[in-house]
Structures are given as structure tokens and as C-alpha cells.
Design a protein around this ligand. Structure first.
Ligand code: SF4
Length: 340
């Protein structure tokens, strides 16, 4: 069976070339050609025919199939079909700094966050590295655009599939790969404490976002069952370890849920648990799904942001992208599954 080349980090590709009896420098040429020049076969590299044939027998260039595409002025979304018939969604957001892709890492998710449509669909499997890389390539190919940022924030908990996530960020941030700046590659976790530390210890870690969504353990455990295993104090201690180790500021993601976690008191509590540490808070207007939750109104979000700032916390409100595209994770796939 051929191996999918999009699953290979550069070091892994070099090792593979060596085991084929080829000079590993050829792996650098191929990797660069695949990601920088869009090569989708081995014919344009000028290798001897016997080398080209050997590589063709070993590697395939398979990408997920685009099943559905939606586009608005500031966002685009693809529904992709994988080789085993599973579906995965990926989103392109046109940010001020450039095009940012949000990728999924699993089919479904076991974390069970109450406000998340994907959390209602149990994990069916992890995506392999080529399927995660394939989302980025499918979007850049479909919309003919350069990718300037990558968020690992789609369906799934990336640290529940740690090695695949680590290989993925290695491929997208490699100078010979997609060369996305490390500060523009963000992995978002619901707070798997040991994995946050492992991420901090990677040779070249990228940015980190933590889905916090509440500053009180009781409320957070109701919204996010993972909090029973890893409570807020432990999560923030791990975040502090990451920020000390990497010198990257950690983003705390906070979905604003009407009447649930959006009071002035909640904002003061949040400032208190942050306790002057070098984190910033990203307030996210909830993208209403079929769930029981509603999004906080704009004035409430501004007021919440103001209270955080009065208490010395750096806070921003995230722009809303593509609500009309059903951009919340899981929504497009869920619609598709209802149709078929
Ligand atoms: S918010 Fe993220 S971690 Fe939580 S259930 Fe949804 S996909 Fe999983």
C-alpha cells in the first residue's frame, strides 16, 4: 500500500528516503516542491527515471474530497469526505493579517462540552496527519489563496491526538513546508493539563489557546466535563508553565453565553483567577446552534470586556466569522448528515 506523502514531516520524509536508499537531501527538494510549488506528483523534480518510479511506487498524493463549499465575504467553509466515508469540516477566515484556516483533528469529540454541537457527537476516530494537512491544502486549493495562519480549533480535542497534532504543526510551520509563522499557528485545548506541558516542551512549540469559558469550577464543570479531571487552577498553572517556557502569551478563550457566564461578577472572578499572569482573554460571541444556549448581546460583551480591562486583564472581542455559513464547529456536517 502506498503511503500518503501529506502525512510526512520533513524529518520523517528524510528517514523514509534514506530507507529507500536515496539521498535524504532529495526529501527536502520534494517537501519544498509539494508545499511551496504545489507539486502533486514526482515528475517535475528532475530525478532519474528509476528514482521517480521508486517514489511513485512508495507515495501517493491523496487529498480529501470536497463535498460541499460555502463562501461569504469574510469566511469560507468546506465539507470534506475522507477515504473511509467520514466527513470533516474546515473553515477559512479572512483576518486582517491574512487568511487563517481552522482545522479539525477528530471525527466527533469525546469532551462533551455542553455548548458545542461536536461535543454531542461522540468521537468516531482521530484524523491522521495527512487528513489534517489535507484540510489546509483543500482550502488553499479551492479558494486559490495563500495561508497565513492556522488554528487547530475545529472539531475534536487536539491534545487527545497529540502526536498527530504535533506532526501537523511541524509540517505547516516548517520553512520548507507551508512556512506559516509559529505565532500564527495556534492549538486550542479544553485544558488537558499534562499535554499542555508536553506541548510547551516541544522543540518548537506554536501558540496556545485554552478554552476556559468560566472562572468558577462549579460552572465550568457543568459546561465542560473535563474540568472535573483538570480544574481551573491546574489548567492555569500549566498555561503559566507554557508561557514561562516559550515566552508566548496564552490566549484564554471565553464563549459569551447569555445569562450563564457573562455577568460583571463573572468578569471580576475571571480577572481574579488570572491573577496578573501574562494571559489575554479572547471573548467569543456564541454561534447559536440547536443547543439550549443563546449568545450574549453586544452591549453585555462590551461591558464584560470593560470590567476585565478595569481589573488589569488584556481582553479582546473576537470578530464573528461566517455565522451565515453555519461556521460553528459541527454544524455543516450535522446538516449534511440530516440530508443524507
Ligand atoms: S468545544 Fe472542542 S473540546 Fe469541547 S466538545 Fe467541542 S470540539 Fe470537543
Amino acid at each position: 500500500m502506498k503511503m500518503n506523502i501529506f502525512g510526512y514531516t520533513l524529518p520523517k520524509l528524510r528517514r523514509s528516503f534514506e530507507s529507500l536508499g536515496e539521498n535524504p537531501a532529495k526529501a527536502d527538494i520534494v517537501f519544498n516542491g509539494v508545499y511551496k510549488n504545489g507539486a502533486r506528483d514526482f515528475r517535475g523534480f528532475g530525478f532519474a527515471e528509476r528514482v521517480t518510479e521508486k517514489l511513485e511506487e512508495t507515495f501517493a498524493f491523496d487529498l480529501p474530497k470536497v463535498v460541499e463549499r460555502r463562501e461569504s465575504s469574510d469566511a469560507a467553509k468546506l465539507l470534506l469526505e475522507l477515504s473511509d466515508g467520514e466527513f470533516v469540516e474546515t473553515v477559512l477566515m479572512r483576518q486582517r493579517f491574512g487568511n487563517c484556516v481552522c482545522v479539525s483533528t477528530q471525527v466527533g469529540c469525546n469532551m462533551g462540552c455542553k455548548f458545542c454541537q461536536s461535543g454531542q457527537m461522540k468521537k468516531r476516530r482521530d484524523l491522521n496527519v495527512e487528513e489534517i494537512v489535507g484540510q489546509v491544502l483543500a482550502l488553499s486549493g479551492e479558494f486559490s489563496c495563500k495561508i497565513d495562519g492556522v488554528s487547530v480549533m475545529g472539531i475534536g480535542e487536539p491534545f487527545d491526538s497529540f502526536q498527530n497534532t504535533a506532526d501537523f504543526i511541524s509540517i505547516v510551520s516548517d520553512d520548507k513546508g507551508l512556512a506559516v509563522g509559529r505565532r500564527h499557528v495556534t492549538v486550542s485545548t479544553c485544558g488537558i493539563v499534562p499535554k499542555i506541558c508536553e506541548y510547551a516542551d516541544l522543540p518548537l512549540p506554536c501558540s496556545l489557546a485554552i478554552s476556559l469559558h468560566a472562572a468558577d469550577d462549579g460552572l465550568r464543570s457543568e459546561l465542560m466535563p473535563i474540568n472535573k479531571k483538570y480544574p481551573i487552577a491546574d489548567v492555569l498553572k500549566a498555561a503559566e508553565y507554557y508561557s514561562n517556557k516559550t515566552r508566548h502569551r496564552v490566549a484564554l478563550e471565553y464563549i459569551m453565553l447569555d445569562g450563564i457566564n457573562d455577568s460583571d461578577e463573572c468578569a471580576r472572578q475571571l480577572a481574579e483567577v488570572i491573577g496578573g499572569r501574562d494571559f489575554y482573554v479572547n471573548l467569543i460571541p456564541y454561534n447559536s446552534t440547536d443547543s439550549e444556549f443563546r449568545k450574549s448581546d453586544t452591549d453585555r460583551i462590551s461591558r464584560f470586556c470593560g470590567v476585565l480591562k478595569e481589573n488589569g486583564v488584556i481582553a479582546t472581542k473576537r470578530r464573528e466569522f461566517g455565522a451565515d455559513l453555519k461556521a460553528a464547529c459541527g454544524q455543516l456536517r450535522s446538516d449534511h448528515e440530516k440530508k443524507f
